[in-house]
Design a protein around this ligand. Structure first.
Ligand SMILES: NC(=O)c1ccc[n+]([C@@H]2O[C@H](COP(=O)([O-])OP(=O)(O)OC[C@H]3O[C@@H](n4cnc5c(N)ncnc54)[C@H](OP(=O)(O)O)[C@@H]3O)[C@@H](O)[C@H]2O)c1
Length: 253
């Protein structure tokens, strides 16, 4: 039996990087329907092809949308629930933007960029959870928010991105506490350093080969998406061993 047999999932930012890898792994684990969201249509279509090539029986719904726009979130949720006959088992809030690069210090941070980063990385997950919840409460479900170590430590230069992830940590804790007595669970995962477009843009002088391939960090997401984690709520996970302690997947919260 596959671990996500028959599940219906919505994964944001699944045209590349971690989100795409999650969509591929979810399909491999038997998810029946997967909605993927990103702005660039061409990359989304390529992602669809890759996911279908992994599991030809999966239904993939590609929605091109800018999650920084609240009205676009309405459309994403309405389209998904319409295509999925009102059912959603898994939401992964993965889409994020790093903001302007090279990454400016807060003193130089343009307000328009600050707003855009917070809208994409924090307001969008808030609204997506709010909008999918009525459908999820009927059958139960799993919400997974993708955070970062920049969400628990204020690194110089990581500006609005880090601050948005601090917000996402609080958002996740609060949703989890408010949903404690429901059959919907909210957990959040720091995937650790990965070799993706976002990280290469953030640290162009670093050797990206030192960072993990997204395929190395997906196990914890499959666990949290599957029924194996049905009683797990309000927990923070690290997908990679802690750099300082070397501890394996750590449950911090
Ligand atoms: N890479 C790392 O080392 C690292 C470390 C810790 C945490 N993370 C977290 O892991 C997650 C995935 O990151 P990644 O490294 O895989 O990033 P990535 O390769 O840059 O992918 C980001 C995805 O989000 C989409 N996206 C960005 N802005 C969007 C918007 N306004 N509306 C809709 N979609 C949008 C992008 O597509 P479009 O640009 O076409 O919209 C893309 O599909 C993020 O939450 C990130 O914060 C990453």
């Amino acid at each position: 039996m596959k671990r996500l047999e028959g599940k219906y999932a919505l994964i944001t930012g699944a045209s590349q990087g971690l989100g795409l890898q999650l969509a591929i792994e979810f399909a491999r684990e038997g998810a029946a329907r997967i909605a993927i969201v990103a702005r660039r249509e061409e990359l989304l279509q390529q992602a669809c092809n890759l996911i279908r090539a992994t599991a030809p029986e999966v239904t993939v719904l590609a929605i091109a949308a800018d999650l920084a726009q609240p009205q676009e979130i309405e459309r994403v949720v309405a389209t998904t629930l319409n295509e999925f006959q009102g059912r959603l088992d898994i939401l992964v809030n993965n889409a994020s933007t790093i903001g302007p690069t090279p990454m400016p210090y807060l003193l130089d941070y343009p307000l328009v960029d600050f707003h855009n980063v917070l809208n994409t990385n924090l307001i969008a997950p808030f609204l997506l959870i709010k909008k999918v919840l009525p459908a999820m409460l009927e059958r139960g479900g799993s919400i997974i928010n993708v955070t970062s170590d920049a969400g628990i430590t204020g690194y110089p230069g990581w500006g609005a991105y880090g601050i948005s992830k601090f917000g996402l940590e609080g958002l996740s804790q609060t949703w989890a506490a408010e949903l404690e007595d429901s059959n919907v669970r909210v957990n959040w995962v720091d995937p650790g350093n990965m070799n993706t477009a976002m990280h290469r843009a953030a640290e162009p002088d670093e050797d990206p080969n030192q960072w993990a391939n997204p395929s190395e960090v997906t196990d914890i997401f499959i666990y949290l998406a599957s029924d194996e984690s049905q009683s797990v709520n309000g927990q923070r996970f690290q997908a990679q061993p802690d750099e300082e302690t070397g501890e394996a997947i750590a449950e911090v919260a």
